[in-house]
Design a protein around this ligand. Sequence first.
Ligand code: SF4
Length: 351
Amino acid sequence: MEKVKLLGMNPAELKEVALEAGLPAFAGKQLAQWLYGRKVRSIEEMTNISKAGREKLSEKYEVGVIEPSEVFESSDGTRKYLFPVTCALSKSPVAPVESSMVEAVMIPDDDRRTLCVSSQAGCKMGCKFCMTGRQGFHGHLSAADILSQFLAVDESAELSNAVFMGMGEPLDNYDNVMRAIEVLTADWGFAWSPKRITLSTIGVMPQLGRFLQEGRCHLAVSLHDPLPEERESIMPVQKTFPVEKVLSEIRKYDFSGQRRVSFEYTMFRGFNDDKRHADALVRLLKGIPCRVNLIRFHKIPDFPYETSPEPVMEMFRDRLSAAGITCTIRASRGEDIFAACGLLAGRHDKQ
Ligand code: SF4
């Protein structure tokens, strides 16, 4: 019988687990401390719980850390981890499960260690420029499988930031992603500041509104083109959730304080990179205190565009900056290990 994973459970749920195993109620707090404070990988390591108690717990439960099946290291220090997962195709408790691979990418930058985590195996959203989108949808990651990525990487103890920018659309797996974020930020959990976490979305409603209301971490929106028809041709989501609606949702919230919103804009040569696009983007984002990140594109098979040349990216950046929008050209990381934006596919045969 497959064991139940303790990772992702909150103190109230861990108390129930403790009572069920015949342990005192306070053992629930001890479990949380072992899981999230000490970050143990096995119940056996929880040495202030009696041996009999640990044996009883182990009959039904496990911590839930998945060891990586492969690790790739880029010449720039970026490291990509591949994890085998078994996950549900829908949120129904009787949904069929599928085995798949997901990826997490650790990006070092001076004294920062950022983990780019996956929230789903594959993705339903079908963005044309994305290898994850190409492979279709293989299941929602549980909160345990999301948190496991933080614990299983070699740099676990050094992680300073997290971005939900790996495989999948996090808002399409809302409950599990928010549960993982709760563990990351709760005092009884990893106790990270929400300012260390950024959730990246292409703008899925109504979950975006819920996230803005219920969440406290930063938001990044994949915009990529300000012109509706063009955007729809590379991002089918535009048809269901037009970017204008996404932005009117964002306008309801105050981003002038600690919480930040940024917009990701991948530059495709001759497609979305001329002055017309820059000016349309300025008009679209008017009044939103935000940053725009221009991203170099890594060419993928069967997609007609390549990245914009450097002078074009600089022209675009300068035009946005002149209109008062903070804009940066994002350094490209991990391209040689297929770890850069849009290249995650959870496969190891592409090396
Ligand atoms: Fe899914 Fe993001 Fe890729 Fe679009 S870009 S297909 S939302 S993983």
